[in-house]
Design a protein around this ligand. Sequence first.
Ligand SMILES: NC(=O)CC[C@H](N)C(=O)O
Length: 188
Amino acid sequence: MIVGVLALQGAFIEHEQMLRKLGVSTVELRQKADLQNKPDALILPGGESTTQGKLLKDLGMFETIRQWIMEGLPVMGTCAGMILLAKKLSNDNKQWLQTFPATVRRNAYGRQLGSFITRAPFKGIGEVTMNFIRAPYIESISPGVEVLAEVNHHIVAARYKKQMILSFHPEIGEDTRIHKQFLQMVTK
Ligand SMILES: NC(=O)CC[C@H](N)C(=O)O
């Protein structure tokens, strides 16, 4: 299995390290030429969604990646990645790939003081540590979306078909269980 990690900006190296720990090969997607071979799954890392979205378009990568996801390529979007996948953003008039039928709020915990760590249950795993960094959360979901985790009554992780979105950063720390769950979704 080869997982493509979008490597334009943000926390992509940490995802690659997690996957390496799990014995999975990765390929960095940095430019259009990197999309010649379709990977078995995709990770859209945290970072700054506007920058990432613009780069995807400017580099001519946007349509291929959107098409791949629409065709069912499994994808995990964390933080900025969640924003890129959301069908709608409640507090931003931009929109990006729009493949995940949910409304997401950017910088939902505030811009400056919006970073924190907590522990909460994650469906199918149990309690996990969650690192929030100027994170979004999910304000509403469409039918067919499965909630995977909630913190303070806000949805912070969800799944729709082969797409998984997370408000927090599962690539921080030593816990590989969320990546493992994602890989199970890829192989099923
Ligand atoms: N850690 C993150 O990915 C933060 C996301 C960032 N606040 C954005 O709106 O793009």
